[in-house]
Design a protein around this ligand. Structure first.
Ligand code: HAX
Length: 427
């Protein structure tokens, strides 16, 4: 048995007992109310679901199992997955065991490459990634065990096995998609001596003589790991998993949500915006030029990508981490300098628009400039990198949910007619 599985096994019964006793004693206590605006407004702020892997206080940003992200900037992505699942960071031995597990489950099957090769040449890389994961659904241990009549208490076990397989193949799959979609030549085989993040960097095939790109990839994978349960991708994955659809269905479905421009696709949009402004002004723009470009974007009815957040009300600590990395390794780069100048300018513009709740940069505002600097210039690919990391959050949430036995999700919707009548009758 893997050390992660062993560790998690020991956590399950206390977690089940704790949650059941809590519901039994306090099940009827109210934690949230919902008004008409929230019903029409994407349920913003309604507390109606559980996520124990992480939370996002508006004034702090991501907290993973009680540890603020800023204390985890230099943590290995493998450690993050362990932390998300168990609530503790692994020892060196435990990390090594998890890395060995990834190697055991690695290897993208040939039929997946054939599916990808048969897709239209201009397919979006996110569509390719999600299709590839879904194509592997037939390998689900969860579905096979469910068909055999597995007991509910055991659901978490093949869920974990499927998740390990998905996480193990993701770097190879994502790197293979990059090379196929952008004609970069043959796929590069994984190097068994490398860790999860460095192996992904190596398979992309970009030049990295000093190992700084591998360092960036590790940090990138750590920073995007999870963002509590209500964001579109986590919620979509969770909802699909609650129907007991297996992790291949659930993770692929969640990533379809990440592919939206208001969510994970914002990183592609963001660098596009930065390059557009640089093209328009023939290099790094002045503060006045940036301000004008931001106002033009807003007046055209578009969003300034990389700014604003549904939950956060501060500069995203993930942006802080990318900014610090950029200052250390590419301070002279004009694209990075522009991103840094946008940070000095755009919040002042957005603050002047009353309806915008958060004028500060989110995670997507800073990462693209660094990827660009290291030669990863295909913006459309950026959300795939995000996906490789966010799959850790989705998978850990699925494993935890199946372990405590969370039921199928089924909120109540209302018609506009019902809502109007309700208000007329009660207010
Ligand atoms: N530029 C222009 N307008 C913005 C804006 C921005 N950066 N941020 C918010 N607004 C607008 C909203 O579009 C909304 O306008 P309408 O009422 O006319 O629809 C209004 O301000 C109120 O929005 P809000 O309450 O401040 O924010 P929401 O919770 O509704 O939306 C978003 C949060 C992240 C979707 C929003 O800030 C946005 O569209 N930002 C730009 C896109 C982006 O960076 N997305 C990535 C977010 C991080 C993430 O999930 N990464 O994966």
């Amino acid at each position: 048995m893997s050390k992660l599985k062993d560790k998690f096994t020991g956590l399950i019964q206390p977690m089940r007992d704790d949650i059941r006793a809590f519901i039994k004693e306090h099940g009827d206590k109210q934690v949230s109310t919902v008004n008409v605006k929230q019903v029409y407004g994407g349920m913003r702020g309604v507390r109606a679901m559980v996520c124990d892997t992480s939370n996002v206080p508006p004034d702090k940003g991501l907290v993973v199992r009680g540890i603020p992200l800023k204390e985890l900037f230099d943590t290995w992505p493998e450690d993050i997955f362990w932390l998300l699942c168990t609530g503790e960071l692994p020892s060196d031995d435990e990390r090594k065991d998890l890395q060995d597990e990834y190697k055991k489950y690695a290897g993208v099957p040939d039929y997946v490459w054939k599916v990808l090769e048969a897709m239209p040449k201009d397919s979006h890389p996110m569509c390719m990634l999600d299709t590839a994961i879904l194509a592997m659904e037939g390998e689900s241990k969860y579905r096979a065990r469910y068909a055999e009549g597995m007991k509910k208490e055991d659901y978490w076990e093949p869920t974990m096995e499927d998740c390990m397989r998905i996480l193990a193949i993701l770097p190879e799959l994502a790197a293979g998609i990059y090379r196929l979609r952008y004609n970069k030549g043959p796929r590069i085989a994984p190097d068994p001596n490398l860790d999860w993040g460095a192996s992904y960097a190596q398979m992309l095939g970009l030049k990295d003589p000093d190992g700084i790109f591998a360092k960036l990839m590790r940090m990138y994978l750590t920073l995007h790991c999870d963002h509590e349960g209500g964001n579109v991708s986590a919620h979509a994955c969770h909802c699909i998993g609650s129907a007991l659809s297996d992790p291949y269905y659930a993770v692929s479905g969640g990533l379809n949500g990440l592919a939206g421009p208001l969510h994970g696709l914002a990183n592609q949009e963001c660098l596009k915006w930065v390059i557009e402004v640089m093209d328009k002004f023939g290099g790094a723009p002045t503060k006045e030029q940036l301000e004008k470009f931001a106002w033009d974007t807003l007046k055209a009815g578009k969003v300034v990508p990389g700014y604003g957040h549904a939950v956060l009300r501060i500069t995203d600590p993930r942006f802080d981490a990318f900014l610090a990395f950029g200052k250390k390794y590419c301070a002279d780069d004009p694209v990075f300098q522009t991103v840094s100048n946008v940070f000095d300018t755009v919040p002042g513009v957005l603050r002047q628009i009353k309806k915008i709740a958060d004028p500060w940069p989110n995670v997507d505002a800073g990462s693209g400039a660094l990827l660009y600097k290291f030669g990863l210039k295909e913006f459309e690919y950026y959300t795939v990198l995000f996906s490789v990391s966010r799959a850790m959050g989705m998978c850990s949430q699925l494993i935890v949910s199946r372990a405590w036995g969370e039921p199928i999700e089924r909120p109540k919707s209302s018609t506009t007619e019902w809502l109007k009548k309700f208000v007329a009758d009660n207010y």
